[in-house]
Unconditional design. Structure first.
Length: 168
């Protein structure tokens, strides 16, 4: 990346791209390390998927919500489909943020996943873990974080149409 390219990136917006990039890359590394940990633990198998969710739902400190019944009755039977989908989604989120490619889409998927994780882990994890992740994802989505030091800087000119504005 040349110095002229970096200067051009900073001219386009009023926000400091360096801070947004730091947030984007930090979230990307957080999700990538979580993905690797989950992969080695077997979370992305049907039994690992339901076992991990059950750990939080059955934890004595878990706050019971109507979402718990939905999870047990709808999500658990779909585990053979959802476990591999979760593997792909978590990897996509981390790579999109790390490389700054399709960052808005990755951030929106990340924000959605943190909502579900937050509801499922109420009372078990630190209360502010998921809200802070959610705010980080929303910030990355709204600012087009991949346009600074990321591939979205070049993709925004290559892709045309309304859908491209949503993706990058």
């Amino acid at each position: 990346m040349s110095l002229e390219t970096i200067k051009e990136m900073h001219k386009q917006e009023n926000i400091s791209g360096s801070f947004i990039t730091l947030l984007r890359v930090t979230l990307g590394f957080a999700f990538l390390t979580t993905w690797l940990s989950n992969l080695t633990k077997g979370v992305f198998t049907s039994s690992g998927f339901t076992g991990t969710i059950s750990y939080f739902l059955d934890h004595p400190d878990h706050w019971v919500t109507p979402f718990d019944d939905f999870t047990r009755n709808i999500i658990f039977p779909l585990a053979p489909l959802l476990a591999p989908a979760w593997l792909i989604a978590e990897l996509f989120i981390s790579l999109s943020l790390l490389f700054g490619a399709f960052t808005r889409l990755g951030s929106i998927i990340g924000a959605g996943s943190t909502i579900f994780l937050g509801i499922g882990t109420l009372g078990v994890e630190w209360l502010w873990t998921q809200p802070l992740l959610f705010v980080g994802f929303v910030t990355c989505a709204l600012t087009g974080a991949g346009r600074w030091y990321g591939l979205d800087y070049w993709l925004k000119d290559k892709l045309t149409g309304k859908i491209s504005k949503f993706l990058v």
